[in-house]
Ligand binder design. Structure first.
Ligand code: FES
Length: 564
C-alpha cells in the first residue's frame, strides 16, 4: 500500500483537500493529483477504450494515457501533470457508473480472447445497425467540458540564440553552458518541475535537480516549465517551434536547437502487464525521490539486463525506505494477479506476493521532435528505440540542430549531464558559424533568390556537394554565374556540414564568364568552342559510359523495332 514517508522534505506547506471519485483526500499544493491519489489509496482512474480494462498511473511523466481524468469539469487531463489545488474535483472517465466498478468491464470478460471490432455483428444487418449505435455511444475519450474556455491564450513570439527542448540533466547542463558563453538560452520543459530523470533517480534526487535548475537560471537561462513543444514548422518564418505553455502559445525562433528530450519509460511484455499497480520503475523512483511516497510495501522489480544498475539503485532506495523488494528478470515474469490492483507476480518458482510491480526497461528515446526537424534517427533496440544520430560533437543531421542525453540512446542521468555540458559548449563555440533565418529571409544568391533556409533544406535532404547544391537550389546559375554567391554559399555549406572550408571546391566554371549577347558569337568561326563538351562535374571520377553496342541501339533492337 502506498504511503507518504514521514519527514520527507518533499511534503511541504499546508495540507489541502481535493475530491477524487467523490472521496475527499489529503493533498499538498506542490504535488500532482496523481501523487495525491496514489498516496491516498486511489487505484483505478479510468477504463480503457475497447475492453474497459482498469487504467491508472504508469509513467508519472505525462507520457502514457493511464491517468486521464476529468478535472473540475475539464476532460482528458493527465492527473500526473496537474497540480493539486484546494477543492479540485477529480472524476474517472470512460466508465459506468465509476472507474472502480464499471459495468462495461463485462466486455473484457465476454471477449476474453479479444475481438475484431471491424467485423463485430456484421453477419446480420439488424444487429449491425444496433451494434453501430451502441459503439458510437461508447467510443471516444471523456465527455465535453462543462463550459467552453472563456479566454483564448495569447501568442508570444520569442527569438533566442539557443532553444533547448527538455529540462532534464542533459538539457539543463547544455543550457547552462550556452548561457555562460553569452548565448541567450531558453529551456522548454513539459513537467510540473524541471529536472527530468534527476527527480526520479535515487542516485541523484530532488536536490540535484534543484541545484541544476538553480545553476541554469543563475547563468541566465530562461526555464519554461509546464511547457510542451507541440510542433516544429520549418516553412514558418525560417522555422518556428510552437510551445504550449499554461497561459500562452510561444512561437520560438532560435539560431541553434538542442534536443534533450530524454527517453520515455516503457512497459515490458509479460501477461497482464497493464494491471493497475504495474508502474514504470522510474515512476516508482519519482514517487519516492520527488514526492516522498513509498509506492508499495512489497515491490517486485521486473527488469532487463541493460538497466540492471538502475534497478539495483531503485531496489536499494526502496529497501532503505522500508519496502521488501524482489528483483525478477523479464523472462521470469509470467504474469500479474489481482483484481483492481496487483497482488502477486507469477514466476517459474511460484507466486511472489506484492502490492507494486516496477517495470525497468530501457527508456525509448523521445525522438519525434527531432524527427520533425529533419534529424536522422535509427532504430537501435540496445538504445531503447529510435535514437537521434549525432556526431562526436552532438550535431544531428539537420543543420543547426543538436542533441544530447537519452534521446541519442540511453545513458542515464549522470552521463546525460556530462554529455549535455559538452554539447552546450560545442553549440556555444561552433554552432554560430552561420545564422538561421530567424525572421525574414537571408538571401545568399540574389539572382536566383536562394536563401539560407533553402541551403539548409538542401543539406537536410542529403545534398552536401557544391555541385549538387547548385543543381538543387539553382544558386550560381543566374546572371552573376556565382560571382556574388559562390563564396557565401560555399562558406555556409562548410559550416552546415561541419567541413573545413578548404574541403569545399568551387563548382565548375564554364564560358561565358559574363552574360554575352549571342550575336557577338554569331560570326566567330571558333564559337563552337562555347558548346561545352567537358565532363559534367557530377560525373567526375565515374567510369566513362560504354559506347552503345549493336543490341543497345534502338534501331537494332528487334523487339523495339517491331513495335514501331
Ligand atoms: S501520463 Fe500520467 S501516469 Fe502516465
Amino acid at each position: 500500500m502506498a504511503r507518504r514517508l514521514p519527514g520527507h522534505d518533499a511534503v511541504r506547506g499546508e495540507a489541502i483537500e481535493v475530491r477524487i471519485a467523490d472521496v475527499s483526500v489529503r493533498a499538498f499544493p506542490d504535488e500532482s493529483i496523481a501523487a495525491a491519489a496514489i498516496a491516498s489509496g486511489t487505484r483505478v482512474l479510468a477504463r480503457s477504450l475497447k475492453y474497459h480494462r482498469p487504467r491508472t498511473f504508469f509513467c508519472f511523466e505525462g507520457h502514457c494515457s493511464g491517468c486521464l481524468v476529468r478535472l473540475s469539469g475539464v476532460p482528458n487531463l493527465r492527473a500526473c501533470q496537474a497540480m493539486c489545488t484546494a477543492g479540485a474535483e477529480v472524476e474517472g472517465q470512460n466508465a459506468f457508473p465509476s472507474a472502480e466498478v464499471d459495468l462495461l468491464g463485462a466486455v473484457d470478460f465476454l471477449f476474453s480472447r479479444g475481438m475484431d471490432h471491424h467485423t463485430l455483428m456484421t453477419g446480420s444487418s439488424v444487429l449491425n445497425r444496433l451494434a453501430n449505435k451502441v459503439v458510437r455511444q461508447l467510443s471516444g475519450l471523456g465527455k465535453l467540458p462543462d463550459r467552453p474556455p472563456r479566454e483564448l491564450p495569447d501568442i508570444a513570439p520569442r527569438t533566442v540564440d539557443v532553444c533547448v527542448i527538455g529540462g532534464g540533466p542533459a538539457g539543463l547542463a547544455a543550457a547552462t553552458a550556452t548561457a555562460r558563453a553569452g548565448r541567450s538560452t531558453i529551456v522548454i520543459d513539459d513537467q510540473l518541475r524541471p529536472g527530468g530523470s534527476l527527480r526520479a533517480d535515487p542516485r541523484t534526487g530532488r536536490r540535484a535537480a534543484e541545484t541544476s535548475v538553480a545553476a541554469a537560471t543563475a547563468a541566465g537561462v530562461e526555464v519554461l516549465a509546464r511547457s510542451t513543444a507541440i510542433g516544429y514548422f520549418p516553412e514558418d518564418d525560417g522555422g518556428v517551434l510552437a510551445v504550449s505553455a499554461p497561459d500562452r502559445l510561444y512561437r520560438i525562433h532560435a539560431a541553434s536547437w538542442i534536443w534533450a528530450t530524454g527517453g520515455y519509460p516503457v512497459n515490458l511484455p509479460f501477461p497482464d502487464n497493464d494491471r493497475p499497480g504495474v508502474l514504470a520503475a522510474r515512476a516508482v523512483g519519482r514517487l519516492l525521490v520527488d514526492h516522498g511516497i513509498l509506492g508499495g510495501d512489497r515491490v517486485c522489480i521486473v527488469e532487463v539486463p541493460e538497466v540492471a544498475e538502475d534497478a539495483a539503485a531503485l531496489a536499494d532506495a526502496l529497501y532503505q525506505a522500508g519496502a521488501e523488494v524482489v528483483r525478477i528478470a523479464l523472462g521470469n515474469a509470467n504474469g500479474t494477479r489481482g483484481r483492481s490492483w496487483v497482488s502477486a507476480l507469477d514466476t517459474p518458482n511460484g507466486k511472489v506476493e506484492c502490492d507494486l510491480v516496477a517495470v525497468a526497461g530501457i527508456p525509448a528515446p523521445a525522438s519525434e521532435g527531432p524527427r520533425q526537424q529533419g534529424c536522422k534517427v535509427v532504430l537501435d533496440p540496445a538504445a531503447g528505440g529510435f535514437r537521434v544520430v549525432v556526431d562526436e560533437h552532438g550535431r544531428t543531421s539537420a543543420p543547426g540542430v543538436w542533441a544530447c542525453g537519452d534521446v541519442t540512446g540511453y545513458v542515464g542521468p549522470a552521463a546525460a549531464a556530462e554529455q549535455g555540458a559538452r554539447v552546450g559548449m560545442n553549440v556555444a563555440t561552433r554552432g554560430f558559424g552561420y545564422r538561421r533565418s530567424v525572421a525574414g529571409k537571408i538571401v545568399l544568391c540574389r539572382c536566383e533568390d536562394v536563401t539560407l533556409a533553402d541551403l539548409e533544406h538542401c543539406v537536410s535532404r542529403g545534398y552536401c556537394d557544391i555541385e549538387e547544391v547548385k543543381r538543387y537550389t539553382g544558386f550560381g546559375t543566374g546572371p552573376c554565374q556565382g560571382k556574388e554567391c559562390l563564396a557565401a554559399v560555399a562558406s555556409q555549406l562548410a559550416s552546415l556540414t561541419d567541413q573545413p572550408p578548404a574541403a569545399i571546391p568551387p563548382f565548375t566554371s564554364r564560358p561565358p564568364l559574363a552574360p554575352t549577347p549571342l550575336k557577338m558569337l554569331a560570326k566567330d568561326p571558333a564559337a563552337h568552342r562555347f558548346a561545352d563538351d567537358r565532363e559534367p562535374a557530377l560525373d567526375r571520377g565515374k567510369p566513362a559510359p560504354r559506347p552503345p553496342g549493336p543490341r543497345e541501339s534502338l534501331r537494332d533492337d528487334p523487339e523495339r523495332g517491331r513495335g514501331g
